[in-house]
Design a protein around this ligand. Structure first.
Ligand code: NAD
Length: 363
């Protein structure tokens, strides 16, 4: 395969490769779309098997960020970056300063943040060289850990789904199976418990699992058994691709609402769930609270203000309106929810791109 053969290039505005011999930086920044604002998306550090693999990953992820940001109705486009390397061995402050200089050359077209293998401390190093990073913990605009806001978005999404399927506005009488009670799943379990849900929980981290179960009265099951439990709602909050041909036969829940990214192993799984009448709340809508929290930092900086929970809360409510629209359209058009979510995101991106082109022509 030659460089430009990948179909994942489609729709991208720019793909930038950076190499810094002194620090060993090998990075790719992909800018999918700036139609709705600067391309915002985290940086992933991963020991990719080849540069082609890294390229494929960054292209796929940057497109995903355009969709996630658009569906959350943020004035941001989509982009992503990857640093090729082992985050346990190859990190240094100098590497992230070099990465910061790389970001800076794009002049604000792309803003970076944390992702797998990249911490707040790493992004703070990059920040010494560029203003175009978000997800910092300090300062009056700093949005800090996004997990509680992600959990709040998952919780509100669960309530939207419960209202639709069970016609009730609390969770009493319902059982939720939470897979993974880490940063997001832990906060989510507390919220579900407070709203009256019965919980079944699992995690590979036994001490954390026992702590969450003790405070929420949850039943503990082994990691593999979570797919077989009798629950009304399955909340995947650990890994991606847990909705796959093997688990599909086992999950009895009527609804799936969780924080994990890329829950559908393939798009076809989404179609099968739809045909079976299982309500799948699209992952990138449900977990949009995290990016909303990050966006609040950019908003505060641009408006000269401070972190503002009311702004975040308003965006979360808008996201829930979009989720209601997705569920409504999925039912009326007879199409899977993930397809409707994509269609809404695409329509918003295209409308912004057309408006920008029109304004450019008029100028
Ligand atoms: P985390 O690492 O804090 O929590 C994940 C938990 O899952 C951990 O406790 C881990 O022990 C557990 N786990 C791992 N493998 C497991 C398995 N096989 N079975 C059961 N449990 C397992 O991560 P997090 O920040 O809580 O994120 C959870 C998911 O939500 C991830 O997929 C992440 O990409 C996604 N997400 C997180 C945020 C956020 O704000 N943190 C935002 C959007 C999406």
């Amino acid at each position: 395969m030659t460089l430009f053969d990948s179909p994942s290039f489609a729709g991208h505005e720019g793909v930038h490769v950076f190499y810094d011999e002194k620090t060993g930086l090998k990075a790719i920044i992909a800018v999918h779309s700036t139609a709705r604002g600067p391309a915002v998306g985290g940086c992933r550090m991963w020991a990719y098997g080849s540069s082609a693999e890294a390229l494929e990953d960054v292209l796929r992820l940057s497109r995903g960020m355009s969709y996630k940001n658009a569906v959350a109705d943020l004035e941001m486009g989509g982009g992503k970056s990857v640093i090729i390397g082992d985050s346990r061995k190859d990190k240094s402050p100098e590497l992230f300063r070099a990465f910061g200089r790389a970001i800076n050359t794009l002049g604000g077209t792309y803003y970076s943040a944390e992702d797998v293998g990249v911490s707040v401390a790493d992004i703070s190093e990059a920040h010494k060289e560029t203003e175009f990073v978000v997800g910092l913990s300090g300062g009056k605009e700093g949005s800090g850990d996004p997990s509680p806001v992600t959990a709040e978005g998952v919780f509100r999404s669960t309530k939207v789904v419960v209202e639709r399927l069970w016609n009730q506005n609390d969770l009493s009488g319902l059982t939720v199976a939470v897979q993974g009670v880490g940063h997001v799943g832990g906060y989510l379990a507390d919220k579900l418990h407070a709203a009256g849900a019965k919980l079944i929980v699992t995690d590979v981290n036994q001490p954390v699992l026992e702590e969450v179960a003790a405070r929420t009265g949850a039943q503990i099951v082994s990691p593999d058994a979570i797919y077989d439990v009798d629950a009304d709602i399955y909340a995947p909050c650990a890994l991606g691709a847990t909705l796959n041909p093997q688990t599909l036969e086992r999950i009895k829940a009527r609804a799936i609402v969780g924080a994990a990214n890329n829950q559908l192993a393939t798009a076809e799984i989404g179609q099968i769930l739809h045909k079976r009448g299982v309500l799948y709340a699209p992952d990138y809508v449900v977990n949009g609270g995290g990016i909303i929290n990050v966006a609040s930092e950019l908003h505060a900086r641009q408006s000269g203000g401070a972190y503002d929970w009311n702004w975040v809360d308003g965006k979360l409510e808008r996201l829930m309106e979009t989720l209601r629209e997705i569920l409504e359209r999925s039912a009326s058009e007879g199409r899977p929810t993930h397809e409707i979510a994509d269609a809404i995101a695409e329509a918003r991106i295209n409308a912004a791109r057309d408006a920008r082109e029109k304004a450019l022509k008029a100028a």
